[in-house]
Write a protein that binds this ligand. Structure first.
Ligand code: ZN
Length: 99
């Protein structure tokens, strides 16, 4: 497991960066619950409303998610914010993975 991206790094990812990431990763497919096509990134005062979830066996450890909700039925997808940040920040640091 790599800890190259911290919670502090991840929560700095902006709404625009996150929205662009979802489009590029083609995460914006129709709702699997109701078929509606519009989803929204949940926000708090314009910032992405990241949600930490602690692990039951160790509350010092946890995961960080970005909720994305269907505008019609409320079905919510959770994007792993650390993975997203790793991709976004990796692109900006010139990290070389080849393609
Ligand atoms: Zn839906």
């Amino acid at each position: 497991m790599s800890d190259d991206v911290s919670y502090d790094d991840a929560i700095k990812i902006s709404f625009d960066q996150a929205n662009d990431y979802l489009k590029r990763m083609r995460c914006n497919r129709p709702c699997e619950a109701c078929g509606y096509e519009d989803f929204k990134i949940e926000t708090d005062g314009g910032d992405v409303a990241y949600i930490p979830i602690i692990l039951a066996k160790d509350d010092n450890l946890g995961l960080l998610y970005m909720p994305v909700s269907c505008l019609r039925c409320g079905n919510t997808r959770f994007i792993n914010a650390i993975s997203m940040a790793r991709t976004i920040l990796g692109e900006h640091t010139g990290d070389e993975h080849g393609e």
